[in-house]
Design a protein around this ligand. Structure first.
Ligand code: BDR
Ligand code: CA
Length: 316
């Protein structure tokens, strides 16, 4: 069994990640920590509680940072981003209001306590929102860099973006946090950028298959993925409408390492000052570069293995 914490900004694909992590027989979801991102912190927290209630999972939720570390809020207003972007996320997910309260105490402190209390912690940290909480925890307690055994990040992209031409959403929202986390010296960092997540999108046929399973996790995922597919309307063939479910792929890789491919060691950094490139990820694997290779980056992924993971998670 792999134990994990999900740090997230729920968000529809975050919701799928939470449900799959809570239900998959090979995983133990220790806690969910929430951060400002797709929607404001109150909503990412409420949405996380809702999806856990929906699947009947008793997992503690801690709320973290309400805004990026340096920037007051998004560089461009949310409604503009939402209006033009397929990554549109609803303020409140279509699940009944939560019955379980958020835990007392801040998510950042929870992360610090979790990893400092156990020198040999095996809890994988899966960070699928802006990296604000993780960066704040590392800044307050730098020893965390040695204590976090493994960090899986959804973020970045190679040469393109889903918010600007250069930047992926999570790195763009809090670029200083992303750069701080990548420079912290955590020994095992795996990044799944847009290149990987867009290589393994789910289709309407996959939604039908989930509906046929019929469990709350399966139908809840189908509902969310159908909503996401509505925001990727530019597929060449209408029959093949698909959408990436970025964050859930970061959970799938814990059970099926082969769900990703084309994985290499890179020196990865995030642009924090660019005029048009704010939040862009630079992944350098030039042989002559002397930059420390601080992360593995996966550039491709397999939708069939991803779907097998979700099927196993949601089949009662
Ligand atoms: C990332 O941004 C968010 O919209 C998604 O939840 C995902 O974590 C994709 O760029
Ligand atoms: Ca997310």
């Amino acid at each position: 069994t792999t134990r994990l914490i999900i740090d997230c900004d729920t968000g529809s694909d975050d919701a799928v990640a939470i449900m799959a992590a809570a239900l998959h027989p090979d995983l133990e979801l220790v806690a969910v920590t929430t951060v400002n991102g797709n929607v404001p912190l109150v909503n990412t927290t409420e949405n996380s509680l809702r999806v856990l209630d929906h699947v009947g999972a008793d997992v503690p939720v801690y709320a973290g940072a309400p805004r990026p570390i340096v920037r007051p809020d998004f560089p461009i207003p949310r409604h503009i981003l939402n209006g033009n972007n397929p990554e549109f996320q609803k303020l409140d997910l279509d699940f009944p209001p939560s019955r379980t309260p958020v835990r007392e105490g801040n998510a950042v402190q929870f992360l610090i306590d979790t990893y400092l209390d156990d020198a040999n912690s095996d809890v994988v940290l899966v960070a699928v929102g802006p990296l604000t909480n993780v960066a704040l925890a590392l800044a307050a307690e730098p020893r965390l860099a040695e204590r976090i055994p493994r960090l899986v990040i959804m973020g970045g992209s190679i040469g393109w973006g889903n918010v600007t031409a250069a930047a992926e959403f999570n790195f763009w929202v809090d670029p200083e946090a992303a750069e701080a986390v990548l420079s912290a010296g955590i020994r095992d960092v795996l990044i799944l950028p847009l290149d990987a997540t867009h290589a393994a999108p789910l289709s309407l046929a996959d939604c039908d298959a989930l509906d046929a399973i019929g469990s709350p996790g399966a139908t809840g995922t189908s509902m969310l993925v159908r909503h996401r597919i509505g925001f990727y309307p530019d597929a060449p063939d209408a029959e093949k409408l698909t959408a990436p479910v970025h964050d859930a792929l970061c959970v799938a890789v814990l059970v099926h390492p082969d769900v990703v491919s084309d994985v290499g060691d890179y020196a990865v950094h995030v642009e924090t000052t660019g005029e048009r490139t704010l939040g862009a990820m630079l992944a350098d694997d030039r042989g002559w570069s002397t930059d420390r290779r601080n992360a593995r980056v996966a550039k491709c992924a397999d939708a069939h293995i991803f779907m097998r993971f979700l099927t196993d998670a949601f089949t009662p």
